[in-house]
Design a binder for this molecule. Structure first.
Ligand code: ATP
Ligand code: MG
Length: 277
């Protein structure tokens, strides 16, 4: 195990979490992942949502998914075996399957049930990209179930997309409490790396009010970058590609590129990246 852990030491894993549905988790995982990959980092998107939206959005339809995160969770495949390439250079995917929705029941008697994904990630070989670092983004289902717990137990950072609407903060205290509990009991390395304001509408006063409220409540935890409401972001998945590829210039894509730079800055790798460039 310790050897495997060493193999992961050049990786940073983020769980993209919010138990509220439709807040932009998948859109963030896919487009932030694409932006990190475009910056030269080997990037793995782990689709841990039985809906499989990230897999579909990256052009891997259900019919093409041979081994999935379901097989990994129930111990029938290694993560390495489940990983497939995407059309985006440097971006690979561990696709999901609908069967994943039954995984928590199947795992009930497994004493390491909360650590299965962490164990699977620790078995990956070292990243080989030019930058020598791997980012792992785990797209979670809209729930705080065992799958999401596995994601948090595997990650060093939690990313929380928050939709700029009236109920944005509802459920957030439960989410933060879950993060604290996972940190205490399962994964002392876990931090909240940031809240990402999504679907922000510049012409809507409510959006601005919600953004201001979230910033006054969470302060430094909130990324400066705001993801605007942008129809190109919602169109891209139906073309089986990340928005960054579908329309690189649109406001949504540009916001995700900015988010990736902000995240890299926070990770302290910006300087190193500039020196290499
Ligand atoms: P779920 O909880 O079901 O997994 P989610 O949190 O992953 O949902 P997404 O699937 O990313 O949320 O987004 C929900 C819907 O909103 C999708 O149709 C997506 O294309 C759209 N969407 C996401 N972000 C934006 C945005 N910034 N502007 C416009 N549409 C967006
Ligand atoms: Mg989703």
């Amino acid at each position: 195990m310790s050897d495997h852990r060493a193999g992961m030491s050049n990786s940073k894993t983020f769980a993209v979490v919010n138990q509220k549905g439709g807040v932009g988790k998948t859109t963030t995982a896919v487009n932030l992942g694409t932006a990190l990959a475009a910056a030269g980092y080997e990037t793995l998107l782990v689709d841990l949502d039985p809906q499989g939206n990230a897999s579909t959005g990256l052009g891997v339809p259900a019919s093409d998914r041979a081994l999935t995160t379901y097989d990994v969770m129930v111990g029938e495949a290694t993560l390495q075996q489940a990983i497939v390439k995407t059309d985006v250079p440097n971006l690979v995917l561990a696709p999901a399957a609908v069967e994943l929705s039954g995984a928590d029941m199947e795992l009930i008697e497994n004493s390491r049930r909360a650590h299965i994904l962490a164990d699977a990630l620790s078995g990956l070989p070292r990243a080989t990209s030019a930058r020598g670092k791997r980012f792992v983004l785990i797209d979670c289902p809209p729930s705080l179930n065992l799958l999401t717990i596995n994601a948090m137990a595997s990650a060093q950072g939690v990313l929380v997309p928050l939709q700029c609407e009236f109920y944005a903060l509802e459920g957030l205290s439960q989410l933060l409490e879950t993060v604290r509990r996972v940190k205490r009991n399962l994964n002392p390395n876990l931090e909240i790396d940031g809240v990402i304001l999504t679907m922000h509408d510049r012409r809507n006063n409510l959006s601005a009010q919600v953004a201001a409220d979230v910033r006054s409540y969470l302060g430094e935890l909130v990324f400066d970058t705001i993801i605007p409401r942008n129809v190109r972001l919602s169109e891209a998945p139906s073309h089986s590609m990340p928005a960054l590829i579908y329309d690189h210039a649109c406001a949504g894509s540009q916001a995700y590129i900015e988010l990736a730079s902000e995240l890299l800055r926070k990770e302290g790798v910006a300087k190193e990246s500039l020196e290499e460039a």
